[in-house]
Structure formats: C-alpha cells, structure tokens
Design a protein around this ligand. Sequence first.
Ligand code: C2E
Ligand code: CA
Ligand code: CA
Length: 403
Amino acid sequence: MQTSTEILLAPGDILYREGDPNECAYVIETGEIVLYSEATGRRVDCERRGAGSIVGELSILTGQPRAVTVEAVTPCRIFRIPADQILNRFERLDPVLRACIETSISFTGTFTRQLRGDGAEAPFAPSTLRNSDDLLDELRVEADILKGLEQGQFSMVYQPIVDMRDTSIVGAEALMRWEHPALGAVSPLRFIRVAEAMGSIGKLTEFALTEACTLLQQIERIPADTPGPYVSVNISGTEIAQGSLVDLVTMLVEVKGIRPGALRLEVTETALCHDRERAARNLARLRDLGCGLSIDDFGTGFSNLAYLKLLPLTALKIDRSFAADVADNLTSRSIVSMLLGLGRDLDVDIIAEGLETQRDVDAIRALDCVLAQGFFFHRPMPADRLLATLGAQPGRRAIRRIA
Ligand code: C2E
Ligand code: CA
Ligand code: CA
C-alpha cells in the first residue's frame, strides 16, 4: 500500500528526474536505488544507495532543481520527508556544523560544474556563507567561556519566587549572566548550550552554586524566627547523572555552613530522562543531604508520571507557555489545573512561571495556585538588591548586610 509518506517502487521505477523541482527528500527503508546524470548527453551512474540512506537532500539545501535522476534497482520502500522539515532542522543546527555542511555543499557544486564543463560562471569566486556572523559569534562564545569566567565577566542575578496571597518572597531562582567584552550580554540559553556541548558546563555550575551558597550564608547569618527564603540553582541535564555534582553540593553546604533545605536544585523533565538510574541515585543522595529538588519547565517534556512519583521532589515549576496563557486559552487552563492536582497528590510546591500581568495573576490565582515567579512581581536582580528587598518585607526578618 502506498501512503503520502511511504512510496513503493519496482525495479526500473523513477523516484525523480534530473531537473525536476525539489519538493522533498527521501529515506530508503528497504531496497537499493541508483543515482545517474545525463547532463553530458550520455548516462553516467554516480552512486548506488541502500537501506538507511537519504536521497534528494542536496537540492533541498541548495534550493536547486534535482541534479540527478533516481531509479530503483530492486523493489524499494521509501519514506518521504517534506522539504520544510529538512530546512527547519538545518536552521536549528549548531552554527559550526551548519557552516561545515554549507561549505561542503558549495564545494561539491563547484566541483561538479567544473567536471561537467559548465563551471565557467565563477569557478574561483570566493564563496561566502549565509550565516558567517552566527558562526563567528558561536566560535567566540565557545572560545571565551572559561576565560570570561576567570576574568569575572560572569555574575548571578536572583529572581524572587513569591506567595501570591501576600506577595512575600519565599525563595529566589539563581540565573546566570555573561557580559562579553565584544558581544555584550550573551543569553544564558546560548552559552549554557555551548558549555554543555564542549564540557565546560561543570565550571559554570560550580560558579552558580558557590555564588548561591554565599548568598544563603548572608541570609542565614542573620538571626530570625522563621527560616529565610531558599535559593534555587539551575542544573544542566548533562550533570544530574554525575556524582561529582553531589560531591560539590555536599562540600559547599558544609564549608558555607548553610541549611541544606535552603538550597534547591532545578532540573528540567528532559534532563532527568538522560540516564535515569544514575540520576535517581544522585537525587537520593541529595535528598539524604536535605537539599530540595524542583522540576523546571514542567509540562513541556514527556515525564513518565510513575517515574516522577519515585523522585524526592520539592516543587514543580509550571512552564511559562502554560502559566502565562491560562487567561486566554482553555487548553492551557485545563493543563495547569491538571498539574496543580498532580502537585497536590505528590505533596509538592507548584510554582507558576513567567507571570507578567495582573490578568495572568488573576487567572492563575482562580485555579488556587499560590506560588509564582514572573516580571509582574520581580525581575531578576543582583544579590545585594535581593537582600535589601527581603529586608523591606513586612512581617519578615530584617535583613542587614553582614560584612
Ligand atoms: P529558566 O530556568 O526557565 O529561567 C527562567 C527564565 O525566564 C529566565 O530567563 C527569566 O529571566 C525568565 N523570566 C522570568 N520571569 C519572566 C516573565 O515574566 N516573562 C518572561 N518573558 N520571562 C521571564 P534567563 O535568565 O534568560 O534564563 C534563560 C534560561 O537559561 C533559564 O530558563 C535556564 O534554562 C538557563 N539558565 C539561566 N541561568 C542558568 C544557570 O546558572 N545554569 C543553567 N544550567 N542554566 C541556566
Ligand atoms: Ca529554572
Ligand atoms: Ca523554567
């Protein structure tokens, strides 16, 4: 049977012809095909491809008509990939890899034209990449992270998490900032991804945890009747399965003399799916130490609820895409209600992220959600401003800076 995504070919059938428009690419599920060109007036077989190979991708990426004809050699089952799927994936690719592929494609094109004798247009014109700015920035980011850390270009800011009933601050999320001397402020989304890919993320996490524990030390040294707010630090997916993270947290809690419960680690749902066994072992060690664990961006991943139930969770943070959409979108409202119910069953805090307006707040509060984080309440701020803000809170401990 032939479907819109699946094509069956008998030997000798043509998948597409040289010069045809470039609508999609294909993956050969079973069978064998041959690629040939008749550009020189006689048939030249270029290559045979078998199961698992992709075909037709080049003309999608170059935007040119098909450069070869593709014919089935044996009976074939072929899977169709629409052009926009290929192009979307290509755009999301690491800029360095994308530049490598663009350069190879450009070289192959020039070389083929020269072999055919139709390369006269501009055989030795310098080729330029579409996204060379991206490429250079990416390489700069990659090369400069560790140097930037040593030179004090990184800092932490803290965004309060509030109890919406009285807007008191119950905790704060630690967020990293990088002021690059040439690029200016680089988004953490960008440098964290690069640091994860090149293995320097451990150093950044160590910086974040050390800064957060120093802040907790400042908060906790002040005599008070009630426990102070907690600080929550983002942990990247590649690290949660590593024992060295738990060793570092254990050491910091001891050396800084902080209440372990005042430190929370934030991990995304997807991060916990990397290496479940080792992640679960580390989380159990952190629970024994007394640290909290929040699941970040909750609702965007594909958590196995049975697995979540086994984890020593303290909080679920509902992603901004749902939390800030409750006022306008019925589906988001149902999802948030469901997540709130889940939080009650698991007996954990539920924090709505990214609330920006009174409308967002009213809609979320109508669902009996109590904790929130968002620009409506506070923007991320430096440690000294957080300490001052905490000090100004009525009914809470007075925070004085300790030298
Ligand atoms: P995240 O963990 O989901 O952090 C929340 C992000 O939402 C922060 O962006 C925060 O500034 C932003 N935000 C908070 N309230 C609002 C709001 O009302 N509206 C909008 N539009 N945004 C709001 P930021 O600081 O740019 O961080 C982006 C992401 O980078 C974080 O997302 C986290 O995944 C990552 N990140 C930041 N710092 C660290 C870090 O120290 N370590 C690791 N591993 N990742 C970090
Ligand atoms: Ca977070
Ligand atoms: Ca989040």
